[in-house]
Design a protein around this ligand. Structure first.
Ligand SMILES: Cc1cc2nc3c(=O)[nH]c(=O)nc-3n(C[C@H](O)[C@H](O)[C@H](O)COP(=O)(O)OP(=O)(O)OC[C@H]3O[C@@H](n4cnc5c(N)ncnc54)[C@H](O)[C@@H]3O)c2cc1C
Length: 458
C-alpha cells in the first residue's frame, strides 16, 4: 500500500476520496496531505454557489457520496426536511452542506483507525518524481513528500474564445469564467443588454441568476443550434428494458454513424427517449473505450452537442423559469457563432456573429458571459500544476483535448504512454479515458476504486 498520499483538489471529488480513505481500516495507518486550495474544502465549483436558484440536475436519491450508500444525500436532506422526496431536484448549496458535513465527520474520526490528515489550505503547484516517491511544491517554495498523489482538480479554468479582443477582456465586460462573476454581481436596475455565449446548463444558471439581480436587463443567448438543454420529466422514468440489447449491438460496430442510426431507431420505438439515454448510462464508459480515436473525434465533431443536451437535462422548475423569461420577452435565443468581440469607443462590446446562412450581424452589448462547457485541454492551460506536469513531460495530454492520457482506472500515463504507478486522477480530466467522468455517480465510483488501489497490499 501507499502509506503517505497527497490528495490535490478542493471539490466534491477530493472530499469523497479523503472520506473514502479515512473510513477504512488499512494494513498500516495512512498519512494524507490534502491540498485543498483554501478553507471550506469540499464544495468546489458546482456546490459552492450560494444561490437557492441553482439546483442539482440529478435527483436527490442518486446523489449519495459513497458507492456503498447511494441514498446518503437523501437521508441527509430528509433529516432536515422530512417532506423531501428522492425524485426532487434540490439546491446545490444544500449538497455543498452535505459534502462539508460528511468530510468534517471523516476528518474528526480519522484517529479511529490511526490515520493522520494534514489539510493544506494551498494549491499544489508542482509535482516532481523523487526518491521518496513524489515531491509536491506549494505555497511559497514549501515542499512535502508523498508515496503517491491523486489529482482531483475538476476541469481547467476557462480560456477566452478565439476572436475576443484583449481590450474587451480588460474592460471587465467580457466574462470568461461565470462563477466568480455570479458570486460578486451586484443588483442593478439599469436596462442592461447581456449576451450569453453557449446554451448548456451553466448558461441557464447565469440567465436565472442575472435576470433576478438585474430586473430590467434583456438577454440574448447565442449557440450553434439555439436550443436549450432538454428537460427532465417531473416523475422518474425507468431505464429502457432493451438497454442491454442495444448496447450489445453498438459494441458489434464501434462506428459513430452506425451508433447514431441505431440510437435514433431505439428512440423512435421508446415511450420516452430519456429511457434510452438513461439505459445506456452504465455502459457509456466501456462503449467509449471501444471507440477508436478517429471515431471519438467524429463523435466530438458531430454528436457531442446532441449527447450533452440529452444527457445533462434541466429540472422541471428550471425549465419553467427559462420559459417564463422567454415569454416575458427578456430572453431571445439566436443560432450562430460568435466571430469577434471588440470594445467600442463608447465603452460597450460590439459582437459580430455569423448566422446559419453565413451572413454576419453586429450587435452591441453591455456584458458578454462565456459559458461554453468544461475546459479539459491540458495542452493549452494556465493552470500552474497541469502546465508544469505537461511541460516537464511527466504526463501526456489526451490527444483530443479531453484531459490527461490515462488508464480507465485512473493511472496517468507518462510521456511514453506507460502508466505511472503512483500518480492518479479522478473527475473531469479523465474524460479522454472514460467520456462520462464528471457527475457524482461516476466520481464516487472512481474515488472508491482509487482508494482500493492506494491501500492494496503489494
Ligand atoms: C454548475 C455545475 C453544476 C453541476 N451540477 C451537478 C449535479 O447536479 N449533479 C452531479 O452529479 N454533477 C453535477 N455537476 C458536475 C460536477 O462537476 C461534479 O458533480 C463535481 O462537482 C466535480 O467535483 P470535482 O471535485 O471533480 O471538481 P470541482 O468542483 O471543479 O473542484 C475542483 C477543485 O479543485 C481546486 N483545484 C484546482 N487545482 C488545484 C490545485 N492545484 N491544488 C488544490 N486545489 C486545486 C479547484 O479550485 C476546485 O475548487 C455540476 C457541475 C457544474 C459546473
Amino acid at each position: 500500500m501507499f502509506q503517505k498520499v497527497a490528495i490535490i483538489g478542493g471539490g466534491a471529488a477530493a472530499a469523497t476520496l479523503v472520506s473514502e480513505l479515512l473510513e477504512r481500516r488499512t494494513p498500516r495507518p495512512l498519512h494524507l496531505d490534502w491540498y485543498a486550495g483554501g478553507p471550506e474544502a469540499g464544495r468546489g465549483i458546482a456546490y459552492g454557489t450560494p444561490s437557492q436558484r441553482h439546483l442539482l440536475n440529478v435527483r436527490a436519491a442518486s446523489m449519495g457520496m459513497f458507492v456503498s450508500r447511494p441514498g446518503g444525500f437523501l437521508e441527509y436532506a430528509q433529516s432536515l426536511d422530512p417532506s423531501v422526496k428522492g425524485s426532487d431536484f434540490l439546491p446545490r448549496r444544500l449538497y455543498g452542506d452535505f459534502l462539508r458535513s460528511r468530510v468534517e465527520k471523516a476528518l474528526a474520526n480519522a484517529h479511529t483507525f490511526g490515520h493522520d490528515v494534514n489539510v493544506v489550505p494551498f494549491t499544489a503547484d508542482s509535482l516532481v518524481p523523487s526518491r521518496e516517491g513524489i515531491t509536491i511544491g506549494y505555497g511559497e517554495n514549501d515542499e512535502n513528500h508523498a508515496d503517491a498523489a491523486v489529482l482531483a482538480i475538476g476541469s481547467l479554468p476557462p480560456r477566452p474564445l478565439p476572436g475576443v479582443h484583449d481590450a474587451a477582456i480588460a474592460s471587465g465586460r467580457y466574462i470568461t469564467d461565470p462563477w466568480p462573476y455570479l458570486a460578486a454581481a451586484e443588483p442593478d436596475t439599469r436596462p442592461l443588454r447581456v449576451l450569453v455565449i453557449g446554451l448548456g446548463l451553466t448558461a441557464v444558471d447565469v440567465l436565472l441568476e442575472l435576470s433576478e439581480r438585474w430586473p430590467n436587463a434583456r438577454f440574448t443567448a447565442l449557440s450553434r443550434h439555439g436550443k436549450l438543454p432538454e428537460p427532465h420529466l417531473a416523475a422518474v422514468s425507468a431505464p429502457s428494458e432493451n438497454g442491454d440489447e442495444l448496447v450489445e449491438s453498438l459494441r458489434d460496430d464501434p462506428n459513430v454513424r452506425v451508433w447514431l442510426h441505431k440510437l435514433r431507431d431505439a428512440v423512435a420505438h421508446a415511450d420516452d427517449w430519456r429511457t434510452v439515454i438513461d439505459g445506456m448510462r452504465p455502459y457509456t464508459q466501456s462503449l467509449w473505450g471501444d471507440l477508436p480515436e478517429a471515431e471519438r473525434a467524429r463523435f466530438l465533431r458531430h454528436a457531442r452537442w446532441a449527447w450533452e443536451r440529452a444527457r445533462h437535462r434541466m429540472p422541471p422548475q428550471v425549465t419553467a423559469s427559462v420559459v417564463a423569461l422567454e415569454k416575458a420577452e427578456r430572453l431571445v435565443r439566436r443560432r450562430g457563432r460568435m466571430r469577434s468581440v471588440a470594445l467600442s469607443p463608447e465603452g460597450h462590446l460590439d459582437v459580430v456573429r455569423a448566422m446559419p446562412g453565413g451572413n454576419t450581424v453586429t450587435d452591441a452589448f453591455d456584458v458578454v458571459v462565456q459559458t461554453v462547457g468544461l475546459n479539459t485541454d491540458t495542452q493549452r492551460t494556465e493552470h500552474r500544476l497541469v502546465r508544469q506536469l505537461v511541460v516537464d513531460h511527466l504526463v501526456k495530454p489526451d490527444p483530443l483535448g479531453l484531459g490527461f492520457a490515462a488508464q480507465a482506472d485512473g493511472h496517468l500515463l507518462d510521456a511514453e504512454g506507460k502508466p505511472r504507478a503512483n500518480l492518479f486522477a479522478i473527475g473531469s480530466l479523465l474524460r479522454g479515458a472514460l467520456w462520462e467522468s464528471t457527475a457524482i455517480p461516476e466520481i464516487r465510483k472512481q474515488a472508491q476504486s482509487v482508494a482500493n488501489m492506494l491501500v492494496a497490499s503489494k
